[in-house]
Design a protein around this ligand. Structure first.
Ligand SMILES: Nc1ncnc2c1ncn2[C@@H]1O[C@H](COP(=O)(O)OP(=O)(O)O)[C@@H](O)[C@H]1O
Ligand SMILES: [Mg+2]
Length: 256
């Protein structure tokens, strides 16, 4: 595969829900090592595009390629195994599991043992569990929640649950991490901390990030590239400065 291929390339993708066209002929690239933002008004098709990338949403036309390899026909769990991982717009932590157990579920696709190993508690199962626990703890340290590892996730304040979600997502060792409005419901201070964390995911963990977000300070502060969606089509793409100065973008989205 060519080295020059972007990490993710969405080409001419269209999605229809019944009679509604949610995405029309969308081209969207994410270069390796970047935080690439996807912005646009509510209903623009941002979440649908993330679904098309992970395979959870069926596309009626177009292609999705990872590192130059066509993954359009692959189901979501296989794309996940190739490192395409997402979080959801609505918070989804398991309230009745501990913080650490929540993060361990993120490594589910990586464990080297089968169901039978688990039932029989084979040495391979126990070694795998230990490695999984250690890796999960490392991710909790990364997001600053290690001291909360044994409490129930439902008892964490909302902002910490959002961090827990990030820890669980990076525990899956993604190649491409897609975040759907990670700052939703966070206050200004929490949003700033989240921005720093996302930049560290890119810089320290080497994970490429696709970021859907409404908070423009967050987006413009950490993104290497920005694509603007409007009514299911790409309105503009460029650096944060280019996109902010684009008259079409200002008129459709950024203007008051
Ligand atoms: N599962 C679905 N069934 C029908 N229509 C949907 C579905 N998901 C999204 N849509 C529609 O597709 C459009 C894009 O939605 P969405 O991708 O959620 O936008 P955004 O994330 O940018 O707010 C909207 O008109 C929405 O109502
Ligand atoms: Mg959405």
């Amino acid at each position: 595969m060519p080295d020059s291929a972007p990490l993710l390339a969405v080409s001419e993708v269209s999605v229809r829900f019944g009679g509604v066209s949610a995405l029309a002929d969308v081209d969207f690239c994410i270069e390796k090592g970047t935080v690439t933002a996807l912005i646009g008004p509510n209903g623009a098709g941002k979440t649908t595009l993330l679904g098309a990338i992970t395979g959870m949403v069926g596309i009626s036309q177009g292609r999705v390629a990872l590192c130059g390899r066509d993954i359009t026909a692959l189901p979501p769990h296989v794309r996940a195994r190739h490192g395409v991982v997402r979080t959801f717009q609505n918070l989804e932590v398991f309230a009745n599991m501990t913080v650490l157990e929540n993060v361990m579920t993120g490594r589910h696709a990586l464990v080297p043992y089968g169901i039978l190993d688990g039932i029989l508690r084979t040495p391979r199962f126990r070694a795998g569990e230990r490695a999984c626990r250690e890796a999960a703890l490392e991710k909790l340290e990364f997001v600053g929640l290690a001291d909360k590892k044994d409490i129930l996730a439902g008892e964490l304040p909302y902002g910490s649950q959002r961090l827990l979600e990030m820890a669980r997502a990076v525990a899956a060792e993604p190649v491409l991490l897609l975040l759907d409005e990670p700052a939703a419901g966070l206050n200004t201070q929490e949003t700033k901390a989240l921005a720093g964390l996302i930049a560290r995911v890119r810089d320290e963990l080497g994970i490429t990030v696709g970021l859907v977000e409404h908070d423009m300070d967050l987006v413009m502060g950490i993104s290497d590239a920005v694509t603007v969606l409007h009514f299911g089509a790409v309105l503009a793409t460029g650096t944060p400065a280019q996109v902010q100065a684009d008259p079409d973008v200002v008129a459709a989205y950024l203007g008051d």
